[in-house]
Design a protein around this ligand. Structure first.
Ligand SMILES: Cc1cc2nc3c(=O)[nH]c(=O)nc-3n(C[C@H](O)[C@H](O)[C@H](O)COP(=O)(O)OP(=O)(O)OC[C@H]3O[C@@H](n4cnc5c(N)ncnc54)[C@H](O)[C@@H]3O)c2cc1C
Ligand SMILES: *[C@@H]1O[C@H](CO)[C@@H](O)[C@H](O)[C@H]1NC(C)=O
Ligand SMILES: *[C@@H]1O[C@H](CO)[C@@H](O)[C@H](O)[C@H]1NC(C)=O
Ligand SMILES: *[C@@H]1O[C@H](CO)[C@@H](O)[C@H](O)[C@H]1NC(C)=O
Ligand SMILES: *[C@@H]1O[C@H](CO)[C@@H](O)[C@H](O)[C@H]1NC(C)=O
Ligand SMILES: *[C@@H]1O[C@H](CO)[C@@H](O)[C@H](O)[C@H]1NC(C)=O
Ligand SMILES: *[C@@H]1O[C@H](CO)[C@@H](O)[C@H](O)[C@H]1NC(C)=O
Ligand SMILES: *[C@@H]1O[C@H](CO)[C@@H](O)[C@H](O)[C@H]1NC(C)=O
Ligand SMILES: *[C@@H]1O[C@H](CO)[C@@H](O)[C@H](O)[C@H]1NC(C)=O
Length: 603
């Protein structure tokens, strides 16, 4: 019914003069770490840009602007988009997920494995943000320039050496405004992103100092090295940095006073300067890319959209009866899709770019049969060892320190951990669970997951509907990846076992809950596998080699088989980049700026 009405409106405007439909040089869909900086950069280079963002401007919301409020921000209905995913095709495994989320008959959520009568199973909660600046407005602000091998691998598969780790540093320098290593030439000082090294509490808290020293010793250093290690630069240019393990300084995208710095602020500030041709249109959900079919390869010439607040059904404020106002805009040069790893493949498919069989099921006319759209989805696996101290752990509020490990079968460092007095066990509505001031955890991220079997599939042809997402964790490489995570868990346990009495002994909550100390490796692997969580999804529209049937993009972000269309966001990575995707996505955005300007002949 709604689709018919929409078609009728579209036909009316399409047959009339398109005078009301404005034309820009570039249209960018989505203002997250991929699209936001790109739109601002293109406008600063003198090009007219329309930036469409489904959400609104929450840059003044203190949940967002004060980085330490990120847990409040993550639960804030003003920014949240709620997705529910599967981790596998195995119903038993899915039902064992402790934080499974259900919709109760009164519309509210139930989280757990014993739902009340009538509750509908939603699945595993997966957080995203639908707001100016994307997920970088409610994320944890942790950054990591990926292992050099991650960048070099993109150069390898595409034969495009501009992706080498050595060259990618240029984009890091371009975007950074570091507040540490103030005279370093391997960091940027004039960019739009404030980067601050976190205080690990080493000087101010004796508990933090004690546990950090144990972590340093556990990774082959001496206790006296710890103060130096705690300021070690994780985004540095050390030779052989992929081999460096142990304690590092954590680097966060915020200013030294703790204000969040992010693409959302960069876009807002660029608009405020009012001297660049950047048009930001908020509360606008792009629904379809318009193609001109007059030439050999179809050319993207514009975007159809719906205007209105909370029009996407992942928005907790969504009301199906608010249908939005349809509109269109045109691009004389290019359309760039940056909706993130779930929304970018959805929009491409709705526009006729994707696996032909799937599109035909929904009566979507095929523009290009591109089987890789929504395939090869990957994510960092996460688990944790959470313990309770014998007394409160006075390690400072919100204070953490990162540790890298290289497990026995790995060629390069493959585990990133961050440790502190907090509890992080994944995501669900209302996360996290607070176990009180004696809680202490090392959160564990697997850097190079083998499985890329995840998919983002259409549920319907309705652009307001959420797609069907199955991450298919551990489909390949299960024994290597679970083995690495178990080794990391045992490493943490060994460090915690050395905590001196009065603060210790630490009593483990999981994976081997106290008073047990005899959990088998298999039991622990089952826990790590079934209770895995994640929030770094990538690769749903991946860059790949010419001739690779699943490659959606070429090395210059161009969607294969059409003209005038690129994808610039986390979905473009062929594999998950490092342990934290936000910085690599911003680097990718700077790179795309350069590639696009080079093609436009204005560089
Ligand atoms: C709770 C949480 C914590 C995180 N913590 C960290 C961390 O500490 N460090 C780290 O590195 N990474 C972290 N991440 C991940 C990181 O934030 C993401 O990987 C990154 O933001 C991805 O950027 P993106 O541009 O691909 O997509 P997104 O950030 O998802 O941005 C996409 C934007 O496009 C908009 N959009 C989508 N579809 C449409 C449409 N059809 N029309 C108009 N607009 C649309 C959305 O509203 C959104 O603003 C975290 C993520 C979450 C959710
Ligand atoms: C911050 O987020 C919480 C939910 O986490 C919400 O209840 C609160 O209203 C938000 N605060 C502001 C100032 O928007
Ligand atoms: C499905 O998951 C359950 C629980 O994890 C497991 O015991 C079972 O072996 C799995 N089945 C298959 C076919 O993998
Ligand atoms: C890139 O390819 C070269 C040559 O084949 C190989 O030696 C190297 O290990 C590859 N690097 C990565 C990161 O894949
Ligand atoms: C940076 O260099 C300047 C001039 O050489 C020097 O005065 C200053 O102390 C240096 N700052 C740091 C943090 O090293
Ligand atoms: C171009 O072709 C596609 C697929 O057949 C169709 O959906 C679209 O409406 C066409 N565009 C125009 C402008 O005719
Ligand atoms: C949804 O919007 C309609 C029409 O504006 C309104 O009548 C209804 O109460 C709204 N529903 C909810 C749950 O807010
Ligand atoms: C597709 O079109 C056919 C023929 O008009 C119709 O029978 C079918 O229900 C449509 N399918 C969908 C998913 O809309
Ligand atoms: C493991 O330890 C628990 C608690 O200490 C004990 O109850 C249980 O019997 C032990 N199991 C095995 C297999 O030894």
């Amino acid at each position: 019914m709604f689709n018919l009405l929409f078609l009728a409106l579209f036909t009316l405007t399409a047959t009339g003069a398109p005078a009301a439909d404005k034309t820009y040089e570039y249209i960018v869909v989505g203002s997250g770490p991929g699209g936001g900086p790109l739109a601002a950069n293109l406008a600063k280079a003198g090009h007219s840009v329309l930036l469409l963002e489904a959400g609104d401007d929450q840059t003044q919301n203190v949940n967002v602007s004060i980085a330490a409020n990120f847990l409040l921000a993550g639960n804030d209905p003003a920014t949240r988009w709620d997705f529910f995913v599967k981790h596998s095709d195995n119903a038993t495994r899915e039902s064992n997920y402790r934080r499974t989320t259900w919709r109760k008959t009164d519309g509210s959520f139930y989280v757990g494995t014993d739902p009340p009568a009538g509750a509908k199973r939603l699945g595993i909660y997966y957080p995203r943000a639908g707001t100016l600046g994307g997920c970088a407005m409610h994320n944890g602000c942790l950054t990591m320039n990926p292992n050099d091998a991650d960048w070099d691998a993109i150069a390898n598969i595409t034969g495009d050496s501009s992706w080498s780790a050595k060259n990618m540093r240029k984009y890091l320098i371009q975007l950074e405004h570091v507040n540490y290593l103030l005279n370093s030439t391997i960091h940027g000082h004039n960019g739009w992103l404030e980067m601050t090294m976190l205080d690990p509490g080493y000087q101010s808290s004796s508990d933090a100092k004690t546990i950090m020293q144990l972590a340093a010793e556990g990774s082959g250093f001496s206790a006296e090295d710890t103060a130096t290690l705690a300021t070690r630069d994780m985004n540095g240019e050390q030779p052989n940095r992929d081999q460096l393990t142990g304690v590092f300084g954590g680097v966060s995208h915020m200013d030294p006073q703790g204000h969040r710095s992010s693409p959302g602020y960069y876009v807002r500030n660029t608009v405020r300067e009012s001297k660049y041709p950047l048009t930001l249109q908020l509360n606008t959900l792009a629904t379809k890319i318009i193609f001109d079919n007059g030439t050999t390869n179809p050319r993207a010439v514009g975007v159809e959209y719906l205007q209105g607040q909370s029009l996407y059904s992942a928005d907790p404020r969504y009301n199906a009866s608010d249908k939005g106002i349809p509109g269109r805009a045109f691009a004389s040069k290019e359309v760039i899709v940056s909706g993130g790893s779930f929304n970018t493949p959805q929009l491409l498919k709705l526009s006729g770019i994707g696996p032909a069989d799937e599109l035909k099921k929904f009566n979507i006319s095929v523009v290009v049969d591109l089987p890789g759209v929504g395939q090869q989805v990957a994510d960092n696996y996460e688990t944790s060892l959470l313990s309770l101290g014998a007394r409160d752990v006075n390690s400072g509020n919100g204070v953490i320190y990162p540790v890298f490990l290289k497990t026995s079968a790995a060629k390069i460092r493959n585990i990133y951990m961050w440790c502190g007095s907090f509890s992080f066990e994944g995501f669900w509505p209302g996360f996290p669970e607070d176990y009180g001031p004696s809680q202490y955890e090392c959160a564990i991220v697997h850097i190079n997951p083998h499985s890329q079997a995840g998919s983002v599939m259409l549920r319907s042809a309705d652009p307001r509907d959420v797609p069907d997402i199955n991450l298919r964790f551990y489909q390949t490489g299960e024994s290597e990846d679970l083995g690495a995570l178990l080794e990391a868990v045992k490493w943490v346990r060994s460090v915690f076992s050395k905590v001196p009495s009065s603060l210790g002994p630490f009593k483990e909550k999981h994976p081997c809950p106290y008073p047990r100390s005899n959990c088998t490796d298999d039991e622990q692997k089952t826990y790590i596998k079934e209770q895995a969580y994640s929030h770094h999804v990538t690769s749903s529209c991946a860059i790949g080699a010419d001739g690779d049937n699943l490659a959606v993009l070429d090395s210059k972000f161009r969607v294969r088989g059409v003209r005038g269309l690129r994808v610039v966001d986390a979905s473009a990575f062929p594999k998950v980049p490092g342990a934290f995707p936000v910085l690599p996505t911003m680097m990718l955005s700077e790179k795309a700026t350069e590639d696009i300007l080079a093609e436009a002949g204005t560089l």
